[in-house]
Design a protein around this ligand. Structure first.
Ligand code: PLP
Length: 390
């Protein structure tokens, strides 16, 4: 089947955060601005997902969701076929999105005042959730080696205070889009074992790997991690259905799952009907769409990297997954504020680097999941904005 990712649609004014909040968050008007911030793609969802929603709405009944079995079967099939992880149905718990699942992990495995380890720069909502729940964040800054991020566990060992309870791996990594190797994941797990930490693996970007490379679930890379591992993930990023606010936790260990369940009982609830239906549809019929969208994003990235990376002083981090491109403007000699202001004046809404924690200053994150003509327009605006450096 052919999917038309080239079609440009006007997304403004329809309760869509990426456009309707852009002015407030980025100072860029949706009138003529290009939204490259919130992690939604500009593409329509897969036909199988839209079909499932249409059918449900046509039935006229919009009440509580029930009968989780077929959704869980779809989740388990997808995890096994696509990610090589034979997940058992009894290990799966549904959450109102992945950040809510992270909150449950904090509730289950730490107390207010305890610390959670984040490898920064990393997805900003982890900081917000930890702060909201009275947890401290210990930032372990990723080290740039040969243009890619690596964890520095030796340095981390010297930072520990004794209050750390949880380490969070963002895999694939946001921002930066790298896949961690089995050795790196196993080393992190050994670190967690040594220091008595729960390992929380956020794999929400698992279905956005580029052609030719594969996501490696932490459970598969490091089977020894199972007694301390909670994986939180969703169909939402890979299938562009984040508005359904539905994620799931996979917890193979019985004792860990019992602790998570107590937090779930406190903070969770019946899942979102549409989110569950979309998850089932994505994981049963979305194979072709998923492959097509990854190919489109990878081609967007090649174009983006070639042109933006050619601006003197600007470096685009190489990526193997996600559609969130992490761009280093420090070589221009500008501060993060200065480069951001140029980007803003060019009418492009992005996420400023500092919000991703230590190591983010001077960088900015660009969402490149958009029709190619629009991406080219964004590239041209940025080339123009930094033309004096040419
Ligand atoms: C690593 C990571 N985790 C979680 C989320 C958000 O998850 P949710 O919207 O399901 O809470 C995002 C969104 O971009 C993300 O990048």
């Amino acid at each position: 089947m052919e999917f038309n990712f080239d079609e440009v649609k006007d997304r403004r004014g329809g309760h869509r955060a990426k456009w309707d909040h852009m002015e407030e968050a980025c100072g860029v008007s949706p009138e003529d601005g290009i939204a490259m911030w919130v992690a939604d793609m500009d593409f329509d969802a897969a036909p199988c997902i839209l079909g499932a929603l249409h059918a449900d709405i046509a039935s006229g009944f919009l009440g509580y969701f029930g009968n989780f079995g077929p959704v869980t079967e779809a989740v388990c099939d997808w995890m096994r076929e696509m990610h090589g992880w034979p997940v058992e149905p009894g290990w799966v718990r549904y959450t109102h999105g992945v950040v809510a699942g992270f909150g449950m992990v904090l509730e289950a495995f730490s107390e207010p005042g305890d610390s959670v380890i984040l490898f920064t720069p990393v997805y900003h909502a982890f900081f917000r959730k930890a702060a909201a729940m009275g947890r401290k964040v210990l930032q372990s800054e990723l080290v740039l080696r040969d243009g890619r991020y690596e964890m520095d566990l030796e340095a981390l060992a010297t930072q520990l205070t004794g209050r750390e309870k949880i380490a969070v791996l963002c895999s694939p990594h946001n921002p930066g889009g790298r896949l961690w190797t089995a050795d790196e994941i196993a080393a992190l797990d050994a670190f967690c074992a040594e220091h008595g930490l729960i390992l929380c693996s956020d794999e929400i970007h698992m279905d956005l790997t580029f052609p030719g490379v594969a996501h490696l679930p932490t459970a598969v890379a490091a089977p020894a991690s199972l007694p301390r591992l909670v994986t939180i993930t969703a169909a939402s990023k890979g299938f562009n259905i984040a508005g359904g606010e539905t994620g799931f936790a996979i917890i193979p260990d019985d004792a860990l799952r019992a602790r998570f369940d107590r937090a779930h009982a406190k903070l969770g609830g019946t899942p979102n009907r549409f989110g569950m239906l979309m998850t089932k549809a994505a994981f049963t019929g979305g194979h072709e769409w998923s492959e097509a969208v990854r190919g489109y994003i990878a081609a967007n990235f090649e174009l983006w990297r070639a042109r933006i990376g050619a601006i003197p002083g600007v470096r685009v981090m190489d990526m193997q997954a996600t559609y969130l491109s992490w761009v280093d403007f420090r070589g221009t000699g500008m501060s993060g504020d200065e480069s951001l202001e140029r980007i803003r004046l060019a009418g492009i809404g992005v996420n400023r680097g500092e919000v991703f924690g230590q190591g983010g200053a001077g960088w900015h994150r660009f969402n490149i999941a958009m029709p190619r003509t629009r991406l080219i327009e964004a590239i041209e605006r940025l080339e123009e904005a930094f033309a004096d450096l040419q």
